[in-house]
Structure formats: structure tokens, C-alpha cells
Write a protein that binds this ligand. Sequence first.
Ligand code: 13P
Length: 249
Amino acid sequence: MQRLLAGNWKMNGLHAALAEIRALTRAFVKEHPPASLLICPPATLIAEAVAAAGGSPIAIGGQDCHALPSGAYTGNISAEMLRDAGATFVIVGHSERRHYHGETNLAVAAKAKAARRAGLTAILCVGENETDRDAGRALAVVTTQLKSSIPEDSTAADLVVAYEPVWAIGTGRNATSAQIGEMHEAVREALAARFGEAGRKIRILYGGSVKPENAKEILETPNVDGALIGGASLKASDFLAIVRACPVR
Ligand code: 13P
């Protein structure tokens, strides 16, 4: 399967940031990217980002969605609304949502289900915190998150899993290739146990301080089918450098 390189802009980006998407779009007029590409800007920029990326291989996605299609939920955005704005992906269960908004595995599963209902591919995030890793519980924590937050009827077409160790997010600290490889293998086996052969086709992304300098090594690790990139996706030049470092499959 083709790798996926996804940028998560988090709560960054005013109107002027669309220039970064235009720069990426220009770069891929002549150049064929070695992976599928996705940018998840803040919801306020989705529709314009879709227009800016028009005619390029860059897909646009949301960073979160509500579980229901509509209703009295002030401030929330549904998967259908993201789709309506032109998004084709949505990140669900990011550790920042789990931490700052108290999202449980159950809530994340409902959001992943909503994504499927709306015709979006869900990028479902899992990852242990530093205490869990130090206590030797990383594999157990991540497998439990997977078990309880992936909806029953998910398929490779509507689900991507992102492993993001919380201690490596925005810290400049990287998981080693060995740590990434061990976790991605465990995630792969869990997906295969749940979905059979189809589970081997679900993309597993790594996220946490991915940058141009470490992207190649991370992406060459077995079972790493792409990356979810925070800080280094904000500038077109950094994101492009990561795309160019990506080995072709
Ligand atoms: P950084 O790449 O800034 O560490 O963020 C990773 C992340 O959380 C992407 O979703």
C-alpha cells in the first residue's frame, strides 16, 4: 500500500497560512510524490485549503469531529460538515483531544464511526504516555486503546491508525527505530487478529517529532506506512523535505 504523509496543523494557521498549501500545490505540478499527501488545517481553513490544493495530489482533512451528524452541540463540527467543506480525512482520538478534552476510547470509537458514516477516512490515534512507557506498559496501553477505539466494521479503506507516543509529541524527542518497530509490529498483529488479512492493509503511521532529518529512518522502519507530522508540517519547505525523504514503495 502507498504510504501516507499527513500534516496536523493543530491550532495553528490564519488565512495567510494558505500560502503554504499553495506552495505545496505548486511543487507537485511537476513532481510525483512518493506517498499520498494530506494536510489537516484548522476547521476555519478547510474549505479554502481544499480550493488552494485543487488539482494537486494533496488531500485536506479535519482534526476532530463530533459523533453525531447535527444537533444542539454548540461549537462542535460533525463529520458530515467536514465532508461538506471538502475534507476527505479526519483525525480522531489525538492525544491532545484525549488529554485536554477527556475523550475516552468509547468517544473516539463513536467519532471513527461518524467518519465512516460521512464517507471520511479516520486517522485514529493511539499512544502511551511517559509513565506507561517507563513502567513497561506501552504495548498493553496501546493495544487496549486499539481494541476499544476501533469500530467493529472498519476497513482498510476507511481507517488509518497513527501511533504517537505522547512523550515524543512536540518535544523534539524521538522514539528509536527499535521502539517504533516493536510498537508498529504489535499494532499490525492486533489489526490482523481483528480484521484478518484486511488488517494487514490498514496503514499505520508514526507521529512524534518527525522532521526532515529523521523522516527517512523512521519511514524505513518495518510496518511504518507513513507519518503524522505536527510542527514540521506548518512550513511547506519542511513538509516537502519530508516528502522527498520518503522512500518509494
Ligand atoms: P510534532 O510533530 O509537532 O511532534 O506533533 C506530532 C503530532 O501530534 C501530530 O499529530
